[in-house]
Design a protein around this ligand. Structure first.
Ligand code: AMP
Length: 114
């Protein structure tokens, strides 16, 4: 069996995380190295490696994650705006091979990102 990613270990409660939301398909927890006053990671419980590995059959799950992010932004009071980021693959800067979305807020973001 492939080695578990750090996010799979968080899903399986093998390592701690500051979990702020959970349902049957999604988990959200605070990033251990925050890049903004609010920095949350939203992940599917299903082990999809990256954006490039999303299957057509995952369309419902992806819609669900979109709505989870929207609702979390509201719950976290990011009324002035926020950024949602998904790094894909080595060139995209992905460091954990479990699909995840960064929800960043609480400060004005710059563009373009590095
Ligand atoms: P990426 O570089 O897009 O793959 O993002 C991975 C993110 O996971 C980084 O922002 C890390 O700070 C974060 N991270 C790594 N390990 C943990 C952990 N144990 N708990 C919370 N966040 C983590």
């Amino acid at each position: 069996m492939a080695t578990k990613t750090i996010f799979q270990k968080i899903i399986d409660r093998e390592i701690p995380a500051d979990i702020i939301y959970e349902d049957d398909r999604a988990l959200a927890f605070r990033d251990v190295s925050p890049q903004a006053p609010v920095h949350v990671l939203v992940i599917p419980k299903q082990p999809i490696r990256s954006w490039a590995d999303i299957a057509d059959a995952d369309a419902g799950l992806m819609s669900h994650l979109t709505l989870v992010i929207r609702d979390l932004a509201k719950k976290l009071e990011l009324a002035d705006g926020y950024r949602v980021v998904c790094n894909c693959g080595p060139d995209g800067g992905q460091s954990v091979d479990h699909l995840h979305f960064h929800l960043l807020g609480g400060r004005t973001m710059r563009w373009p990102p590095g």
